[in-house]
Design a protein around this ligand. Sequence first.
Ligand SMILES: NC(=O)c1ccc[n+]([C@@H]2O[C@H](COP(=O)([O-])OP(=O)(O)OC[C@H]3O[C@@H](n4cnc5c(N)ncnc54)[C@H](OP(=O)(O)O)[C@@H]3O)[C@@H](O)[C@H]2O)c1
Length: 247
Amino acid sequence: MKIAIIGYGQMGKLIEKIAPDFGLEVVSKIDPILENEITEESIKDAEVCIDFSLPNSVLPNARKIANLRKNLVIGTTGWQEHFAEIEQLSKKFGIGIIYGSNFSIGMNTFFLIVENAAKLMNQLPQYDAFGYEMHHNKKQDSPSGTAKTLADIVINNLDRKTIRQYEKLDRKINPEEFHFSSIRCGNIPGTHTIGFDSMADTIELKHTARNREGFAQGAIQAAKWINDKKGMFNFQEIFYEILMDKK
Ligand SMILES: NC(=O)c1ccc[n+]([C@@H]2O[C@H](COP(=O)([O-])OP(=O)(O)OC[C@H]3O[C@@H](n4cnc5c(N)ncnc54)[C@H](OP(=O)(O)O)[C@@H]3O)[C@@H](O)[C@H]2O)c1
């Protein structure tokens, strides 16, 4: 299968490196640093485009890719305000788009663990809940897309938490607020922690990415999966199917 890499940064370069191990051929790379843009000529005969660029680039990139009737994997985070328009592009042009705040299999397993923990905590009112994430100092968005997904999971499954709170507070926090903070430092590839705290103890669930390889592998598996599909899909909802796919 032939792919185009949109965004030749840390993730784009890693995907280029490991793509052959998964039977993929990189026929096109698009990045300001390569002084090219998405056109019919530059994308060549790529079947799927994988976008790991910048939050502000996702919508303009998706418009161009949809016009070329190519399927798309969106790994970039921080574009949720454009979700409706991007979904509309997939319908209008009949293309497949798969997106995910985090393409690592481990993190998607972690999502399920957190979902079950949050449900369990409905029976244990003595526990409050919190979250925090840490990333490298070059990351452009905050909180991370993964942090937002984790906060959604807690809010949707722990009845007493109804409000996402990512900001610093100059007041007491309200019991229904779920506080999730962000730290930016050094080279951390991504650490996410969800905690539950009572008078007696603290329970912490923590996912630590050791490197970016897990994200790149998941994005490549997503590209293979979306190749023959139409519509808009969340990686989180179909990752079990991808795991079981022995192609
Ligand atoms: N979903 C996941 O599993 C996952 C995992 C890791 C990272 N991410 C996300 O993926 C994104 C990229 O991460 P990264 O670490 O690879 O960032 P990065 O190293 O900054 O790479 C982004 C690259 O995209 C380029 N770019 C900007 N606008 C573009 C456009 N319109 N078309 C093509 N390329 C463009 C940038 O060029 P300039 O520097 O010249 O602007 C840069 O080279 C971030 O949003 C990050 O949060 C997601």
